[in-house]
Design a protein around this ligand. Structure first.
Ligand SMILES: *Cc1c(COP(=O)(O)O)cnc(C)c1O
Length: 495
């Protein structure tokens, strides 16, 4: 299977090339030229397999240079129960109400959904380096709104032929997220706070990528740049797996009959996770509508309703910081999938860069609206939702998942659509303990580890061991840089 860029579809790349490069030189994102299809019979067969086998088979359909044996071995290592994941199911589904199932994506080593992709990506990337004959060291640059950074560090630490440098918004992540990153172990890692927000960090990284002068300097020093953000196809692909898997499990639990349609609701920031669900539908998983849920940074909600993407708006720091994003990179892939026109996508992205706003053609907006609904949720309602769901059902959600839950509830009230829905539960509530406590009615919650313990005590649930284990770990990284300094820092670290 060949890959193309969203901004220039005249060139073809192999899967390995797409994964190694991360971002196309023209600034576009790689995607597969065609989408493989799963029949109902294929879904039935996948249903009888454990997660690891499902992952290997689904990924194989997109990666013809890899053997099923290779991919099975990677999946076994990436998702190993006990060592990496705290449940043998890897991604369990849990019913909170008769028609609402949570897809629990946070049982991995850093307690957020990013682990599903970032435990896998190092294997894919290392193998892809070999397959492409790349002999230089891959320097992975990451801009993070909190969870990607830690998951990428954990995935790539001490992986041969790689270095990883992470930039996070200095004041834009939760206390626990920051501590997770600053205490990171490994000899090939670097972590920096950036004075600015996530978009500043992401723009800084994209600038470094598109600076030919800097690339050449790094190449002379034995390095090339790669990405572990969801702009890398190797991030999106392992995420498709859990939507297919979640559907299989819904059938197994008797929630739907094989072939019956479900809806999928995803709390969204960079549009990566929901895009993976869209791919699952293109492959043949029976999905009706996608609900795209935003916090107060509701640029996507508005876009889906109006067809106008406008990032010229205030940026809010919310209680769901991993979704504090105004430039949603992966939307570009959706626009390409609907338009099939690199020229059209290029126009939108040029407008976005130059004016901060673009409006899609009316037929594009119609196509999107025929499958996507959207909604948003402010902090007060997010916290209220956590409290309401916990008191009514005993289920404890994190702040991001609560945004999705609220948007799903309002959608149902508004439309009367009672379709069985898979809601992506994207992080452990213990990652955001202080705010979750507020949602449970605690007016003055403790900070840091005290909050972790307070939440465990209040709810009778226990914190994931990787979070509890951070206590007493030495802080290794505390440097904060201006966004203009990011390129300099990369050179200092590598050359
Ligand atoms: C990254 C993240 C999101 C947003 O995911 P996207 O793929 O960027 O849309 C939502 N919730 C949590 C907990 C996250 O870490």
């Amino acid at each position: 299977m060949q890959y193309v860029s969203t901004r220039d579809s005249s060139l073809r790349y192999s899967a390995s090339q797409a994964i190694v490069q991360g971002l196309s030189r023209d600034g576009g994102l790689f995607l597969p030229e065609t989408i493989p299809v799963l029949s109902l019979q294929d879904l039935k067969e996948l249903r009888s397999l454990p997660y690891v086998q499902r992952a290997a088979r689904i990924m194989k359909l997109f990666l013809d240079e890899f053997t099923l044996e290779e991919l099975t071995e990677y999946a076994q290592k990436a998702y190993r129960f006990g060592e990496k994941f705290d449940t043998p199911q890897v991604v369990p589904i849990v019913a909170v109400e008769p028609k609402t199932y949570l897809l629990e994506l946070w049982h991995g080593p850093t307690s957020a959904f990013k682990d599903l992709a970032l435990q896998m990506l190092p294997y894919l990337l290392t193998a892809a380096l070999k397959k492409t004959g790349q002999t230089q060291t891959a320097c992975i640059l990451v801009a993070t709104s909190g969870d990607t950074g830690k998951a990428a560090l954990e995935g790539f630490r001490d992986v041969a032929h790689t270095k990883i440098l992470v930039f996070y918004p200095e004041k834009g992540v939760s206390e626990m997220q920051e501590l997770q990153m600053r205490t990171q172990a490994g000899d090939n890692v670097g972590v920096y706070g950036v004075k600015g927000n996530f978009d500043d960090a992401q723009t800084g990284v994209k600038k470094i990528f598109s600076d030919p002068h800097l690339r050449e300097k790094l190449a002379n020093g034995g390095y090339f740049l790669s990405s572990a953000n969801s702009i890398n196809w190797g991030r999106v692909l392992p995420q498709i797996v859990y939507y297919v898997s979640g559907y299989c499990d819904l059938v197994s639990q008797g929630a739907v009959a094989m072939g019956e349609k479900i809806n999928v609701c995803v709390p969204t920031g960079n549009f990566g996770n929901i895009l993976a669900a869209f791919y699952a539908k293109q492959m043949g998983v029976p999905i009706g509508r996608f609900l795209c849920a935003s916090n107060e940074n509701n640029v996507l909600t508005e876009f889906i309703r109006s067809g106008c993407y406008n990032r010229n708006r205030p940026f809010y720091h919310t209680v769901s910081p991993s979704m504090d994003i105004l430039i949603s990179s992966n939307l570009e892939r959706l626009l390409y999938l609907f338009s099939r026109s690199d020229a059209e996508v290029r126009r939108y992205m040029e407008d976005l860069t130059q004016k901060g706003v673009y409006t899609v053609l009316p037929e594009r907006a119609e196509q999107i609206q025929s499958q996507f609904s959207s909604g948003d949720c402010n902090d007060a309602v997010t916290l209220q939702t956590i409290g309401q769901v916990f008191s009514q059902t005993g289920y404890l959600m994190d702040t991001h998942t609560a945004v999705g839950y609220h948007v799903l509830q309002s959608y149902r009230e508004k439309t009367g659509d009672e379709t069985v829905t898979l809601l992506a539960s994207t992080a452990s509530p213990f990652k955001f303990s202080s705010d979750v406590l507020k949602g449970l009615g605690v007016t003055n919650p403790a900070g840091g580890f005290m909050a972790l313990e307070q939440l465990a005590e209040k709810t009778g649930k226990s914190a994931p061991s990787p979070l509890a284990g951070l206590r007493g770990m030495p802080v290794r990284f505390s440097r904060v840089v201006a966004k203009e300094e990011m390129a300099q820092v990369v050179q200092e670290m590598l050359l």
